[in-house]
Write a protein that binds this ligand. Structure first.
Ligand code: ADP
Ligand code: MG
Length: 730
């Protein structure tokens, strides 16, 4: 096609036949699915568009196809790197469409440079970016030069603080809006609740930028899903039901597969082991596993080698397995949106599938605890603001112009702060203009000179020469030797601006004088107009509390789903759709446990028997605990966690374990299994054999030294099942 936007009649006459041809040649599909064509038409006729369609409806194609047929670049913002890589892979390698690429963290600067050059030279039609890239100075510098004709925000509910999946990074998108005025936006999500919709519309200024705005909503009914909720009366019954139902459903069909969702990593490991003891190929999946292990589990599940994945909510996005027969929730998620997403992964093949909730009233406590943990208090917010702006910790340097140079990683280690929480706080402080964030810079890099020092110097301007000479002296740059560049010590010493160094090294890399590999990014901060306004910090804290209340009300709606009774006259499926779409009159499904008592299901309650209790394996319990508190605690605290001791004695005084430690999911798992002394032997052995190690750390408040325990790659291999569990205990 020769242009990017068409009138309705042009669309029908010129564009449509072309679209069908590309649909066939790139994807191999003969026709559009219901609604897909409407979305594509809205895109190609130049509208701002909000598309609300369930997961699996085929939303990706509605931006990919228009992007491939029209000239210009479609910029796609998507929350998960795994999701981005997956889509790029599919188009580039499976469909052999070469003009698609992505920009995500984890790529080397050279790779990023190449992608941007491709985009600028009109060799790309689709560029995926993860939202945190939007702040990258290199990307911002290119933005004006990119021939963007369409902006796409996939999984747009991540922008909503109301949503269950809020990602502060997504708010970066609004900084793109001024630079992309009059470029149409297509926002896509499977969460259609009214507050989320409103927030997406507002934040992305849909319809407010001079373009017509349309909203399209799909059909959220899933006729082939059968919902069931069980209320077991004991923990033992809960295990028995979960394991037996999984076994019966998987066994009812050749190659049958399912997913069991749990709230904690520990349950994921434990239930997977329980299923394996019943000869079901089951594996855990959670954020504590190494990335490679997670990929491996997902791949084996796709291929049918693994029958059941026992997962935390880390599992799901991008899992496109058609023949999943059941999704069992051993723990319910923290919102109805999440429940619909997760249970909706069953039955993509259109055949009957089961969404089963094994309800436990204990689950909500876990969710509340996890949510509370993530909420910053006003003290924490004030502390971060104060210490960052004062640059009073190791790994932070203040420039004479008032800029503070540091990195998120340094703040996390030096102020002993949880990373996810830190991001949330910094974002809030920035929004409230307590601090201002400037351009990121290269914190650490390696530099390898391709030419002699004199050759390079001779080709530089006077100012560049001076700077380069400083670098040579400071970092001992030599031809053909890999040298290390570190930004902070240099700033400390000569009060330079690291962005100037970055510019010089990038330029020299482009002209081939040297090879520049960056491997850590730094962040720039300065005081904002509200830096000394205490009320602003209080307001931020109040906003966080409001957010917690929103969380809690979503959680209650989830519990309501579980607790609806037969006499209520309600239907499970209808409740879910009403919730998701704001409708009040969805029809009954006729299949769920509230609609009927005699729907034929592939399991029998009389076949439910309690599994043999599992032996806890001390080595596994220790390694799992170290993994989940990696680098956080020393041996003493870890032992107390494992033995379930909330108090200790130090210097004759009694102290209580920190709340995180007491609330660890591993608290008390080895109580009654091992005594103090035996447990100590296990630790010694694991350290001696290199499964875990002790490392020295410096406390940030008083500079005191303490040791913490760290998981080593060898220990990770055991947890991943790649190495057998060592058996001896001394
Ligand atoms: P969503 O983003 O809405 O969750 P996806 O875009 O990931 O859904 O698509 C889900 C699946 O549907 C993919 O496997 C995709 O190949 C398939 N699909 C999409 N459109 C069609 C079509 N017109 N015909 C057949 N399959 C399709
Ligand atoms: Mg999608």
């Amino acid at each position: 096609l020769t242009k990017a936007i068409f009138t309705d009649s042009e669309f029908e006459q010129e564009v449509l036949p072309h679209l069908l041809a590309v649909l066939k040649s790139v994807w191999g599909f003969d026709s559009f699915r219901k609604n897909q064509l409407d979305l594509v038409r809205a895109v190609l006729t130049g509208n701002d568009l909000l598309g609300l369609f369930p997961t699996g409806a085929g939303k990706s194609l509605t931006f990919q196809l228009p992007a491939l047929v029209r000239p210009g670049l479609t910029l796609v913002i998507s929350p998960l790197i795994a999701l981005i890589r997956d889509q790029v892979q599919k188009l580039r390698h499976e469909a052999e469409v070469k003009y698609v690429n992505c920009l995500v963290s984890g790529m080397t600067s050279m790779e990023q440079e190449e992608v941007l050059a491709e985009a600028q030279n009109k060799r790309l039609r689709i560029l995926y970016v993860s939202p945190e890239r939007l702040r990258d100075p290199r990307f911002r510098a290119f933005l004006d030069k990119l021939p963007i004709v369409q902006l796409v925000v996939d999984e747009a509910h991540c922008i909503s603080t109301w949503g269950h999946d809020f990602r502060p990074d997504f708010l970066e998108i609004s900084t793109l809006l001024p630079a992309t005025k009059s470029i149409p936006i297509q926002a896509l999500t499977a969460t259609a609740t009214t507050p989320v919709r409103n927030e997406i519309e507002k934040t992305l200024e849909l319809g407010k930028r001079g373009l017509p705005f349309v909203t399209m909503t799909g059909d959220f009914r899933r006729d082939n899903l059968v919902f069931r909720v069980f209320h077991p009366s004991s923990a033992k019954d809960r295990d028995a039901l979960t394991v037996s139902l999984a076994q019966q459903i998987v066994g009812s069909e050749k190659g049958g597969a399912g997913v069991i969702y749990v709230a904690t990593r520990r349950e994921s490991e434990r239930l997977a082991a329980l299923l394996r003891s019943r000869n079901i190929a089951a594996q855990p999946y959670h954020a504590g596993l190494a990335t490679a292990t997670r990929h491996h589990v997902q791949e084996l599940f796709m291929q049918g080698e693994i029958q059941v994945v026992v997962a935390t909510n880390a599992f799901g996005m991008g899992v496109d397995k058609q023949e999943i027969r059941f999704v069992i929730h051993y723990d319910h998620p923290n919102s109805v949106e999440a429940y619909v997403q997760e249970s909706g992964r069953a039955g993509r093949d259109g055949k009957e599938a089961y969404g089963i909730l094994i309800y436990s009233s204990a689950t909500q406590r876990t969710h509340r605890f996890l949510a509370k943990k993530g909420i910053p208090t006003s003290d924490e917010i004030a502390e971060i603001a104060k210490r960052v702006l004062a640059a009073d910790f190791y790994g932070a340097v203040r420039h004479s112009d008032g800029s503070i140079f540091t990195s998120f990683e340094n703040i996390v280690t030096e102020l002993d702060f949880e990373e996810a929480k830190l991001w949330v706080i910094v974002h809030a402080l920035e929004q409230a203009e307590v601090i201002k964030r400037g351009e990121d810079f290269v914190l650490e890099a390696t530099v390898l000179l391709n030419n002699s020092l004199d050759d390079i110097l001779n080709r530089l301007s006077k100012t560049d020469q001076e700077l380069f000479e400083i670098l040579i002296k400071e970092f001992n740059f030599k031809p053909n030797v890999r040298c290390y560049y570190k930004a902070l010590p240099l700033i400390q010493k000569i009060d330079n601006n690291p962005h100037v160094v970055d510019a010089l090294l990038t330029k020299l890399a482009q002209t081939g004088e040297l090879i520049h590999r960056t491997y850590a990014r730094g962040s720039t901060f300065r005081a904002g107009i509200n830096a000394n306004n205490k009320n602003v910090v209080k307001k931020i804290a109040t906003d966080f509390l409001t957010r917690f209340q929103q969380f809690d009300s979503r959680l209650k709606d989830m519990i309501k789903f579980a607790e609806m009774s037969v006499n209520s006259g309600q239907c499970r499926a209808a409740y879910l759709i009403n919730y998701l779409t704001g409708s009040t009159s969805s029809p009954r499904c006729g299949k769920c446990d509230l609609c009927t008592t005699n729907y034929p299901v592939p399991w029998s309650m009389s076949a439910v028997v309690a599994p043999e209790p599992l032996q806890v394996h001390p080595t596994m319990a220790i390694l799992e605990t170290v993994r989940d508190h990696n680098n956080q605690y020393g041996k003493t605290t870890l032992k107390k966690i494992l033995l379930g001791e909330a108090f200790g004695k130090s210097g004759g005084k009694q102290y209580e374990l920190p709340a995180y430690a007491r609330n660890s999911e591993h608290f008390g798992v080895l109580r009654g299994v091992l005594n103090q002394e035996k447990l100590q032997n296990y630790f010694d052995r694991l350290i001696a054999d290199g499964y875990i190690s002790e490392i020295e750390r410096r406390r940030s408040n008083d500079g005191g030294i303490y040791t913490s325990i760290q998981l080593r790659p060898r220990g990770r291999d055991i947890l991943a099942g790649a190495e057998p569990i060592p058996t001896s205990e001394s």
